[in-house]
Design a protein around this ligand. Sequence first.
Ligand SMILES: [Zn+2]
Length: 358
Amino acid sequence: MGILDFLPKGVITGDNVLKLFKYAQEKQFAIPAINVTSSSTIVAVLEAARDSKSPIILQISQGGAANFAGKGISNDGQKASIAGSIAAAHFIRSLAPVYEVPVVLHTDHCAKKLLPWLDGMLDADEAYFKVHGEPLFSSHMIDLSEEPKDHNISTTKKYLQRAAPMKQWLEMEIGITGGEEDGVDNSGVDNTKLYTQPEDVWDVQRELSSVSPYFSIAAAFGNVHGVYAPGGVHLHPELLGKHQAFVREKLKTDHQKPIFLVFHGGSGSSKEEFHTAISHGVVKVNLDTDLQYAYLVGIRNYILSKKEYLLSEVGNPEGPNKPNKKYFDPRVWVREGEVTMAQRVKIALQDFNTINQL
Ligand SMILES: [Zn+2]
């Protein structure tokens, strides 16, 4: 028995997302959520998932969405980010079935000042829902972790109320992910906020579960975006077990993992840290930095090794009239980045026990 016995290929939404995350908790695996910023990075990730017989989460950040739309477009009023994320969603929806894997189509951190981006995407979700009976995106993230707790929870609840009729998933954050990513700099944040308390997780669980079951919590356990030298990050994924125990006690349930948890800032973390987190109910691990680097590696190696063939359209070490077209064609060198990025995604799929789950 595998995932394709109960899930379709292509983008999944609603109860199918819930089934996937429940199954992941049961089988003790997590699904990598890879940030994609272009058609090229999207196909690289889909290829890795197909080759590894794994479900995958493709996620688009606000900046990544603007990049998808093209950096030449103004992002006033989040125009480029809204258009770019919608374009990426349609692109992913068209191609995901061809790669024959279930795909969760997700958007990344949305802080308070970016809420117009989320509003724009939800408009698109509702329009899509009217025609197709499901939202355009499987899920979104709202991140009001920098706001006071009550404001974070009450605003997140309002958004979940809007998403719930579409059975759309919402990921929220409580506690803060340190470091810097996509223009959000939390590198100076107070240390205690980097470790979420069980009471806070319970407050979220209680409030949101009164609206819908389609949500997950990114609770901070010392997570940091980016990759730092060893010793710079003190992750405590065992804290996640305390959250599960606390909520279990409050709910008086025997369900070992009553909450769906998300691991942010996965780049640079150890296999042991991933396994501990997964054992405590983490179903999604975010990876961005490591994949950005992996994409560069193939292109960098190509450019450096073929340098003499790339300095002019005609003329290389084999002769002054030798054409270089087959070396500078973007399909050749962009592909090198896709290959090394896909290799790195496959390592994540192995590390998170996602491989061969279809
Ligand atoms: Zn994050």
